[in-house]
Design a protein around this ligand. Structure first.
Ligand code: AMP
Length: 278
């Protein structure tokens, strides 16, 4: 991978090629492909990686069950005419096991960090390794995983890595459910309930913009989701930069906020968010 990228970066043309990079865990859907489309628009060559990264899964999480279909993914990417697909093995990425990991910054601590200990350390570790191999000019991430984008942006800034991070909007099903590889786990009944997550985020946005108190809005949303059958881990209105909870609404006027939610429907863990300015 490194040799390929080096050839692109030192192409014979007077200008070196811009490499756009889309890291994924595969089982691709139109959310991933939207990142590819954007990358193609803004670069001379596009690389997609497919790697189900073991270090970002906790011991009780779904690493083994995570859906995989490399053949279909490669066919989709061929159709998209991407320039390279990087599919490293776990031993190529972690030749000596996981002896050293990168510590994610403070943005990793709230929300997902409360429920998935070490998850963002695993994400940062693999992103650094992937960037080292691919040497992208720009890397594309989805807003669907908003906290991940903040953690990666801050890591790149702190380490002064020469990579631009672009965040792309969440792609949704017609009924509002955010596209996710994990949606295949949902039973038909759960799939019918799942769009309530996005609907609740829209209602919360409306209530917050109408000046309703944060605590009340959060509690109502929590209640609605619980009654619908979700097992909610967090539903939190946060500062979109620090990801710290917003308490005083008045002091937050003009601030960018993210309303972030993680909830189980049966055995499937879903996350979603809504990003706007107060
Ligand atoms: P994953 O394969 O789930 O690790 O996702 C790879 C990249 O695709 C991440 O940057 C995700 O945020 C992004 N992504 C996943 N689902 C969506 C979606 N529905 N809309 C936009 N981006 C997405």
């Amino acid at each position: 991978m490194r040799a390929w990228s080096t050839r692109q970066l030192h192409a014979k043309a007077e200008k070196s090629k811009r490499i756009g990079f889309v890291p994924t865990m595969g089982f691709l859907h139109s959310g991933h492909l939207a990142l590819v489309t954007r990358a193609k628009k803004e670069n001379d060559a596009v690389v997609v990686s497919i790697f189900v990264n073991p270090t970002q899964f906790g011991p009780t999480e779904d690493f083994n069950a995570y859906p995989r279909n490399l053949k279909k993914d490669l066919a989709l990417l061929k159709k998209e005419k991407v320039d390279a697909v990087f599919v490293p093995s776990a031993t190529a990425m972690y030749p000596d096991g996981v002896k050293s990991t990168i510590n994610a910054g403070p943005e990793s601590k709230p929300l997902e960090g409360q429920f998935r200990k070490g998850h963002f350390d695993g994400v940062c570790t693999v992103v650094v390794k992937l960037f080292d191999a691919v040497r992208p000019t720009t890397a594309y991430f989805g807003q669907k995983d908003f906290q991940q984008t903040r953690v990666v942006e801050e890591m790149v800034a702190r380490r002064k890595m020469p990579v631009k991070i672009v965040v792309c909007p969440t792609v949704r099903e017609a009924d509002g459910l955010a596209k996710s590889s994990r949606n295949v786990y949902l039973s038909p009944v759960e799939r019918a309930i799942a769009p309530v997550l996005h609907q609740t985020l829209l209602l919360v946005k409306k209530d917050l913009l109408a000046g309703e108190p944060v605590g009340k809005v959060e509690a109502t949303a929590f209640g609605v989701l619980a009654l619908t059958g979700f097992n909610v881990q967090y539903f939190s209105v946060c500062d979109a930069k620090t990801l710290k909870p917003l308490r005083s609404f008045k002091a937050s006027k003009g601030k960018r906020v993210v309303v972030a939610v993680a909830a189980y429907l049966g055995k499937t863990r879903l996350i979603d968010n809504s990003l706007f300015s107060l």
